[in-house]
Design a protein around this ligand. Structure first.
Ligand code: FES
Length: 189
């Protein structure tokens, strides 16, 4: 039986009727380890702290069926926070409407998604400057000037494709190896 990993889904999308309310949903992700070792419960997800109690799991399966457009979750994978965002049409448009040649780390949005699934962006949530965890996952957090993430450590702004747009970070947020197992499950690693 696969070890189960509990992760917390945090709804950062602004509620039209109640902006102050934050929903916490819970997802169950099956985690498969290279050695098939013992299971360990994880309660994660305040994105600020890649906790010390992480395991170096080789891959993690995440059920994304409950993530609505505009929401994001963070899961831990190999000791790193991974941001999974279901992007809105506007976020996708913003990510595509950019002259890639003007970017510090030129990459099309299309090169940063898999299987043509534009709604889904999966990136390692570690700033490429000095390794802080950027803000932007939580509903109340700032997302920077380009609608993605903002690293307050030294002021790096990432866009809705996780590309560096302003500030000292040299590279885009990394896209981990992942794939869709089916429409509602991704496997990271
Ligand atoms: S660590 Fe993110 S801007 Fe310096």
């Amino acid at each position: 039986m696969s070890p189960l990993l509990t992760v917390v889904l945090e709804d950062y999308m602004t509620k039209k009727t109640n902006n102050s309310k934050r929903d916490f949903l819970y997802l169950t992700a099956a985690a498969t380890g290279a050695v098939g070792a013992a299971s360990m419960g994880w309660s994660i997800i305040d994105s600020m702290n890649p906790a010390a109690d992480t395991l170096a799991l080789s891959s993690t399966e995440v059920n994304i069926s409950q993530i609505e457009s505009g929401q994001a979750i963070t899961v831990m994978w190999r000791g790193k926070p991974v941001f999974i965002r279901r992007r809105t049409k506007q976020e996708i448009k913003d990510a595509e409407d950019i002259d890639v040649s003007t970017l510090r780390d030129p990459q099309t949005d299309n090169a940063r998604i898999v299987d043509g699934k534009k709604e889904w962006l999966v990136v390692v949530g570690i700033c490429t400057h000095l390794g802080c965890v950027p803000l932007g996952q939580k509903q109340a957090e700032v997302k920077g000037e380009f609608g993605g993430w903002f690293c307050p450590c030294h002021g790096s702004h990432y866009d809705s494709s996780g590309r560096i747009r302003k500030g000292p970070a040299p590279k885009n947020l990394a896209v981990p190896e992942y794939k869709f197992i089916n429409d509602t499950t991704i496997k990271i690693g």
